[in-house]
Ligand binder design. Structure first.
Ligand code: G6P
Ligand code: ZN
Length: 542
């Protein structure tokens, strides 16, 4: 029986770059999740009887929201729900399941790399039929609906058994509890040379994968250990926990410190990798060598043809603006277009749908391709493994040979977190006003070539996104980028991106900190971060 529950609008339900993210306490309030989900159902484009995918990263509150979403979907005319067993679906796997099963969309319950638990974060994101995050027009409509909503609908039904695969009926709707790994693993087997990787593993290739007690555990166990034959124990922290073991499931050198130490130590395996809460980010570390996400994108693009799924070549390479230009040099060598988009995976969607780009990546540890419409942590790991197996080379050799061929983009990101919002804005405004006067001037030993406030015109739909970050480009390929984070939760986070290009005959074996030191001074001279915020050093360097 369908029941209509009276409700009133709740403020602040505007989805951000990756859906609605709030503390669990906020989501657990009466009607909070229900209002948002009903707003999604009220505006989502779908035919009667359409299928909906539901799954999450396993964090605290995941199951509660899934059960309620199922009762609501049944009351809102869906014909079928596909739910991941145990409430689990990684973000890229959910994207694939939506596409493969022709669903009209999906609810992905995650707050990505943010901590989980009763006092931590939760999130709901709606993805549309192409498997990608709802475009702004849709999220705007959802938000508008949250401001007028007066009822939500649910059938009266008890909880579904999420732990046993199979189909149950909830009202007139079928709920299929599916193996969260099966479809995704099958897709990976199509894209990559699993036989070749298995042979390399049998021949001694070793790796360590840190699942950070988050969603990729079951995927990594199945794919890396069961299918590819890596030794048991290769996957660390492989059981998803509701609080991620109390850690930040963020695969960077700070939060994946243990893995980094292993990889820099005497007993390091050949390859190290990690993924985040919902499985879309990746960290790549070779024996004794960290590969920046920007370099990883470039190196994967340069070698992608070695994997069966990309043997026909790439149509184009896209990167977000703050990501280093290393990938552009690969695109140039391959004779394919390079695209520079604003920060945020959603900007790649149109390029992928239009067949203009095949591989995309961001400095924020996201890499992926047109196989789904999300970034994909394990996909990047498997492409690396495919390249290592096909070449028989180490990560270090691949990196060094890459730099010898294309030159090297030394790169670092400095984050100033929890900065007073007004001070952060003053930094941005100050530099923004000085931009026009900068070209041709000298800062230390550097000469400014181009200075601009980045704006993007989408080549597919012509839409324009302005104010996407400040760029000061110096002669010979060095660059500073300054932008405010769009995902921070407390105060403002200033991100300063530093990049220095060394050509093939330059210093390719330098220490990153040393190579970037004159850019750090130039940044202070130009942006006055210390002077305006009182911060003399970044909180995080990645
Ligand atoms: C999310 C998006 C990424 C984006 C990142 C930027 O993770 O999924 O596509 O790169 O946010 O975060 P920022 O904090 O720099 O705005
Ligand atoms: Zn994520």
């Amino acid at each position: 029986m369908i029941r209509s529950h009276a409700t009133t609008p709740i403020e602040g339900q505007k989805p951000g770059t990756s859906g609605l993210r709030k503390k669990v306490r906020v989501f657990a309030q009466p009607n909070y999740a229900e209002n948002f989900i009903q707003s999604v159902f009220d505006v989502a484009e779908r035919a009667p009887g359409a299928a909906l995918v539901i799954g999450g990263d396993g964090r605290y509150h995941n199951r509660t929201v899934i059960q309620q979403a199922i009762r609501m979907a049944a009351a809102n005319g869906y014909g079928r729900v596909l739910a991941g067993q145990g409430g689990i679906l990684s973000t890229p796997a959910a994207s694939h399941v939506i596409r493969k099963h022709g669903a009209s969309g999906g609810l992905i319950l995650s707050a990505s790399h943010n901590p989980g638990g009763p006092d931590e974060d939760f999130g709901i994101k709606y993805n549309v039929a192409n498997g990608g995050p709802a475009p702004e027009g849709v999220t705007d409509a959802i938000y508008a609906r949250t401001q007028t909503i007066d009822r939500w609908l649910a059938v009266e039904a008890s909880d579904v058994d999420l732990d046993t695969p199979g189909t149950t009926q909830v009202g007139d709707m079928a709920v299929e509890v599916i193996d969260p790994v099966a479809d995704y693993a099958a897709l990976m087997e199509k894209l990559f040379d699993f036989d070749g990787i298995r042979r390399a593993v049998a021949g001694g290739l070793t790796m360590a994968f840190d699942a950070m007690h988050a969603v990729t555990g079951p995927y990594a166990h199945e794919i890396l250990e069961n299918r590819l034959g890596f030794a048991p124990g290769t996957v660390r922290n492989g059981t998803p926990l509701e609080d991620f073991g109390g850690h930040h499931p963020d695969p960077n050198l700070v939060h994946a410190k243990a893995l980094h130490e292993t990889m820099m130590g005497p007993d390091a395996p050949d390859f190290g990798a990690a993924s985040d809460g919902d499985g879309d980010r990746n960290l790549i570390i070779g024996k004794g060598i960290f590969v920046t996400p920007s370099d990883s994108l470039a190196m994967l693009a340069a070698n992608a043809h070695l994997a069966p799924g990309y043997a026909g070549g790439l149509k184009g390479i896209a990167r977000s603006m703050p990501t280093s230009a290393a990938a552009d040099r690969v695109a140039e060598a391959l004779g394919i277009p390079a695209f520079e988009t604003p920060t945020g995976w959603k900007f790649f969607g149109n390029l992928l749908d239009a067949g203009m780009a095949t591989i995309c990546g961001e400095e924020s540890a996201g890499t992926g391709s047109d196989h789904v419409r999300e970034k994909d942590g394990l996909w990047a790991v498997l492409l690396w493994l495919n390249v290592l197996a096909a070449t028989g080379k180490s990560v270090r050799t691949i990196a060094h040979e890459h730099w010898q061929r294309f030159g090297r983009n030394y790169y670092a990101r400095h984050d100033y977190e929890g900065v007073d919002a007004e001070a952060a804005q003053a930094v941005m405004d100050g530099l923004s006003e000085r931009l026009a006067a900068l070209p041709g001037t000298r800062v230390g030993d550097l000469t400014v070539g181009r200075a601009e406030n980045f704006a993007y015109t989408d080549p597919v739909d012509g839409s324009i996104s302005r104010n996407q970050g400040l760029i000061v480009a110096f002669e010979r390929g060095s660059r500073l980028v300054l932008r405010l984070s769009g995902t921070g939760t407390e105060g403002a986070t200033i991100r300063l991106y530093l990049e220095r290009f060394e050509p093939t005959d330059g210093n390719l074996a330098g220490d990153t900190t040393t190579m970037l030191s004159d850019l750090v001074s130039a940044a202070e001279e130009l942006a006055h971060i210390a002077a305006l915020t009182g911060r003399t050093a970044p909180d995080v360097v990645t």
